[in-house]
Design a protein around this ligand. Structure first.
Ligand code: URA
Length: 264
C-alpha cells in the first residue's frame, strides 16, 4: 500500500535526522490562585529587645560606700586601706576577687600609677605582679632601686572585667582614694603608666604616644607634684621595639634625675 502523503513526509524527515517529532509534554498548569479571602493583616510585633540594663545601686552603708570623711580622715595608708577595702561604690566592686590597694614604701619619692588590676593582681591583691609587673620591676631595678623603694598604685582598685579600660564613672568612684594615697605618700615625682592615669588624674586626653616624656604637674593638697607620663609596661611588652624601650628608659631616668636633684 502506498504511504499517505503525510507518512511520506514523516519518513523524509526521519531520514534527514530530524527526529524527536514527539509531542512535548505540556507544562503543568499553574495552580489556580486561591480564592480571594479577606484575612487579618498580621499585627506588627515589637522587636524583641534586650532586657533594660539595671542601674547599679551601690550600698549606702559605710563599708560598701565609705564616706568622704573616712577617706580624708585616714591618717595613714593602713587607715585608708582599712576604710576603703570593702568598697562597692561602682560595679567593679562586686566583681573583684581581691581589692588591690597598692603597695610600697609609705614615704616613697617615686610613685607609679597604672590603670587597674588585671587577673594576677585580682588573685593576689597586689599591683603589677603579672608579666607587666615583672617588666616594671626590671625597669625599677635598672634605676638602681628596688620595688619597695617606690610606691605602686592604680587608678581603680578592682579589676575591670576582661581587663578593659576602666569606665570614667568607675575611675571617678575611685579617684578620691588615689588622691588620699598621694597626699599621704607625698611622692617627689609620679610616673603615670599609659593613657588612663594621665586622663583620670590630670584630665589629659591626648594620646600617650604624643605626650610621653613631657613633664606635667598635679596640684593636690596644696602641693605641686611633677608627673612624668610614659608608656604602660603592657604596651612595651606588645611593642617590644628598641624605640619604645628607649623611650620608657629615658622617661624613667628623667624622673629619677629629678628626684636626685631635688634631694641633693
Ligand atoms: N596593669 C595595671 O595597670 N595595673 C596593674 O596592677 C597590673 C597591670
Amino acid at each position: 500500500m502506498e504511504p499517505s502523503p503525510l507518512e511520506a513526509w514523516r519518513d523524509t524527515l526521519q531520514e534527514l535526522g530530524v527526529l524527536g517529532l514527539v509531542r512535548e509534554p505540556r507544562p503543568a498548569p499553574e495552580p489556580a490562585p486561591a480564592p480571594f479571602r479577606r484575612t487579618e493583616a498580621p499585627r506588627p510585633q515589637p522587636a524583641p529587645s534586650a532586657p533594660a540594663p539595671t542601674r547599679y545601686e551601690p550600698p549606702t552603708d559605710a563599708v560598701g560606700c565609705p564616706p568622704p570623711g573616712a577617706v580624708a580622715g585616714a591618717a595613714t595608708l593602713a587607715d585608708l586601706e582599712q576604710a576603703i577595702q570593702g568598697c562597692l561604690k561602682c560595679p567593679l566592686g562586686p566583681g573583684r576577687i581581691r581589692f588591690v590597694f597598692g603597695e610600697g614604701h609609705p614615704a616613697a619619692r617615686l610613685m607609679f600609677i597604672g590603670e587597674g588590676p588585671g587577673r594576677d593582681e585580682d588573685l593576689q591583691g597586689r599591683p603589677f605582679v603579672g608579666k607587666a609587673g615583672e617588666l616594671l620591676d626590671r625597669m625599677i631595678g635598672a634605676l638602681g632601686l628596688g620595688r619597695g623603694d617606690t610606691y605602686i598604685a592604680n587608678v581603680v582598685k578592682c579589676r575591670p572585667p576582661d581587663n578593659r579600660t576602666p569606665l570614667p564613672e568607675e575611675a571617678r568612684a575611685c579617684l578620691g582614694y588615689l588622691h588620699r594615697q598621694i597626699e599621704l605618700i607625698q611622692p617627689a615625682v609620679i610616673v603615670t603608666l599609659g593613657a588612663t592615669p594621665l586622663r583620670e588624674l590630670l584630665g589629659v586626653a591626648e594620646g600617650i604616644t604624643r605626650i610621653r616624656g613631657q613633664w606635667r604637674q598635679l596640684e593636690l593638697g596644696g602641693r605641686r607634684i611633677p608627673v612624668m607620663p610614659t608608656f604602660h609596661p603592657a604596651y612595651v611588652l606588645r611593642q617590644y621595639t628598641q624605640d619604645v624601650r628607649r623611650a620608657v628608659w629615658e622617661d624613667l631616668q628623667a624622673a629619677k634625675a629629678w628626684i636626685d636633684k631635688a634631694e641633693a
